[in-house]
Design a protein around this ligand. Structure first.
Ligand code: TRP
Length: 331
């Protein structure tokens, strides 16, 4: 809580182009909290450098991620939009929380295991302590609710464990955050390998639909989507490809599974894939236009980040002075 409002915090990395998985699974849901909650949405550039980044690209993507937040409906007057490295308290609390996080806990994180397998040439300490920095992001603002995709559930549980541990030692210091993981569109899968998650870093460009893809690209990718050898649009665990397409279609049209199955009964996959592609492209058109408009005005984006960082730093300072006092640092 901050004042009389519950707090929402979430973060998106400025690495790679964002996919419809990021959009449907996370960002699209962010704006629903703006009225009732105090909301912080952060571009987590400190997290991005756990894997090697090209400096100019990291900088460009930081602007882009902010612009995308705004293009997806986050009004900068109603939400605190900022860049993680602009508020040094994130790194500072991250270090402190490292000292209340166990080696064994971090070793069990599946994202660490996956990423260290994928970047075996650069298994750095930051990749290992990534979840502690994420806990620091969340706990700095006395966050109550964290909207994230299902893949971040384990990290969120760790953040709760760290907060509880700290509170047990020092008395009540941090709010204990809950996850907000949308049930419907929890997980958007790869179009090429529908049993694995759609990932922005996938090297197969046909597997991934980016928020900023052109309409033609989107339709082409859906046409190539892997389905199965039946010809029945039906939601089922045995039909991961078709089920994934149904999920995406539902997310953009608001229809139920039954409605979608009825709509395409007796029609082939060709029709279905085209309809999904069109619904997706049309649903993203407004986002794409607004994004282009925002990216053309860097000065405005910089003003938004500056105001956001000032606002965030104000609240972060409050938590930090409490933490410093409890730990026993001299003021
Ligand atoms: N780890 C998150 C992801 O990769 C991004 C993130 C960083 C985050 N800090 C956060 C999400 C705090 C929610 C809250 O998606």
């Amino acid at each position: 809580m901050l004042g009389d409002k519950k707090v929402v915090f979430s973060g998106v990395q400025p690495s790679g182009n964002l996919t419809i998985g990021n959009y449907l699974g996370a960002i699209k849901n962010f704006s629903r909290f703006s009225e009732e909650y105090k909301t912080f949405y952060c571009v987590v550039d400190l997290h991005a450098i756990t894997v090697r980044q090209v400096p100019a690209e990291l900088r460009r993507r930081t602007y882009e991620t902010l612009a995308l937040y705004m293009a997806c409906g986050l009004d900068e007057q109603k939400n605190t939009l900022f860049v993680q490295s602009h508020v040094p308290a994130h790194a500072e609390l991250g270090w402190m929380l490292d000292c209340y996080t166990m080696f064994g806990e971090l070793s069990r994180m599946t994202q660490f295991k996956d990423k260290s397998a994928k970047h075996s040439e650069n298994i750095n300490a930051g990749l290992f302590t990534y979840p502690t920095l994420m806990a620091s992001d969340i706990l700095l603002y006395q966050t109550d609710l964290v909207p994230v995709g299902i893949d971040q559930k384990q990290h969120l549980e760790l953040a709760r464990d760290i907060a509880n541990r700290f509170n047990q030692v020092y008395g009540n210091t941090f709010a204990i955050p809950e996850g907000y993981i949308p049930q419907d569109t929890m997980k958007i899968m790869s179009l090429a390998e529908p049993t694995s998650k759609m990932s922005k870093s996938d090297t197969n460009q046909n597997a991934v639909v980016y928020i900023l893809d052109s309409k033609d690209d989107i339709i082409r990718k859906f046409k190539k989507a892997v389905t199965d050898s039946e010809a029945e649009v039906r939601f089922s665990e045995e039909k991961p490809g078709v089920s994934n397409l149904i999920t995406i279609y539902r997310a953009f049209t608001g229809k139920t599974v039954e409605e979608v199955e009825r709509e395409f009964a007796g029609r082939g996959y060709g029709d279905f894939k085209l309809a999904v592609g069109e619904a997706c492209a049309d649903g993203l058109a407004a986002v794409r236009d607004e994004f282009a408009r925002l990216m053309a005005d860097k000065a405005h984006l910089e003003a938004v980040m500056k105001a956001g960082a000032d606002e965030a730093a104000y609240y972060a300072r409050k938590t930090m002075s409490k933490v410093r006092r409890k730990i026993g640092f001299v003021n």
